[in-house]
Ligand binder design. Structure first.
Ligand code: AHG
Ligand code: MN
Ligand code: MN
Length: 349
């Protein structure tokens, strides 16, 4: 979008809001009805509410554990539940949303009385373990289209279990030193910063491109002993003088670790571990949206063997290993994993 043309907007302002950006993007789609921007405005509204709660954590009673355990057996934080409820309320109000699915809901939720054609899947609060120590957390979302022939109320789960390549839109909000919303509808990656003085997400950067390589790796090395041999060998190589050496950065909130990787390049890995043999991150509402953004920015995302977006989900909360970041870095990891998988197979065989 040529920003210059927008300075003659309604009040000679020099900013473009996310809603306006979406509508301008939709102008490229003759079939667009504006329903999509109405849906995404539900997400920006929820994001503003959650951001206000995150920024006042400690003043208002939103810190700490909710005293309940979610379906994953993880202690639910108050902000997990508040964020989930906020998204349900803001999106449930959009008549074109038919099904909601969330990390915090056991099953998909069909919006009563709605013949909404969209499905929204989200991780309402990512990085929960960081909330009480004032480290960046986030929200992750993905939007799919529902199979309209399925309106006769057959199992909504069948509607939801689509491969990531079918996402219509995906994005995240990172509640960091500022609140930044990053999204894609398949036409590049665009970033918006919440301007508290305006109360709107305003365009910060269009067509964000991830650097081809980056000498930075992001992984929880506490799990080193149970990493696949190829990952261990890649990380050992990263630490050699010949490689650079690389810098290590790990925040422990996927959204924050990915946001840095998107802007600076490098690689984020959550490999299989003994505690999480299939990886810890969830395919539907963590890996897929992040993978869509990574590819749209020129990066790559695999589970070490297969492109994340091609994976056919078997269940809503299934986990996957995730290797995402600069194309060159991901391909290097794949090479190390391929080389050592062959050796491991020989050893096992
Ligand atoms: P969530 O808070 O939604 O459960 O997600 C936490 C995830 C992800 O944000 C992060 O990358 C990962 O957990 C960190 O896991 P470890 O603490 O095992 O490194
Ligand atoms: Mn998460
Ligand atoms: Mn979460």
């Amino acid at each position: 979008m040529d920003l210059e043309h927008n300075i003659d907007g309604p009040s000679n302002r020099r900013f473009v809001t996310m809603e306006e950006h979406i509508i301008s993007q939709q102008r490229n789609h003759p079939t667009a009805t504006g329903g999509f921007s109405w849906l995404l405005s539900g997400i920006t509204l929820a994001a503003r509410i959650i951001s206000a709660k995150v920024r006042r954590a400690g003043i208002i009673e939103v810190l700490g554990e909710a005293g309940d355990v979610n379906l994953h057996g993880e202690q639910q934080q108050k902000l997990d539940i508040l964020s989930n409820r906020t998204l349900e309320e803001c999106l449930g109000f959009r008549e074109n949303v038919g099904i909601l699915a969330s990390e915090e809901l056991d099953e998909p939720k069909v919006i009563r009385g709605s013949r909404g054609k969209y499905i929204v899947i989200f991780d309402p609060l990512d990085g929960s373990s960081n909330i009480d120590v004032n480290v960046s957390v986030g929200t992750i979302f993905a939007v799919y289209e529902r199979d309209t022939s399925n309106f006769n109320g057959s199992d909504p789960l069948m509607d939801v279990l689509q491969p990531g390549v079918k996402q219509l839109a995906a994005g995240y909000i990172v509640y960091g030193s500022s609140t930044v919303l990053t999204y894609t509808t398949g036409e590049g990656v665009h970033m918006f910063t919440l301007d508290p003085s305006v109360g709107a997400f305003v365009l910060a950067q269009e067509h964000v491109k991830m650097p081809e390589t980056g000498k930075m790796f992001s992984v929880n090395e506490g799990n080193w002993n149970s990493f696949p041999r190829g990952v261990q060998e890649y990380l050992k190589w990263c630490k050699t003088k010949e490689a650079g050496p690389y810098t290590a950065r790990y925040i422990g909130s996927l959204v924050a670790d990915f946001h840095r990787t998107l802007l600076r390049g490098g690689i984020f890995l959550y490999p299989p571990t003994s505690k999480a043999p299939k990886g810890k991150l969830r395919l539907m509402y963590e890996a897929n949206p992040i993978a869509f953004l990574a590819e749209q920015a020129g990066g790559k995302a695999t589970d070490g063997k297969q492109r994340i977006l091609d994976k056919q989900p078997e269940s809503l909360h299934e986990r996957t290993p995730l290797v995402v970041g600069s194309k060159g870095e991901v391909e290097l990891v794949e090479e190390f994993m391929h080389r050592h998988a062959a050796q491991e197979a020989l050893v096992e065989g």
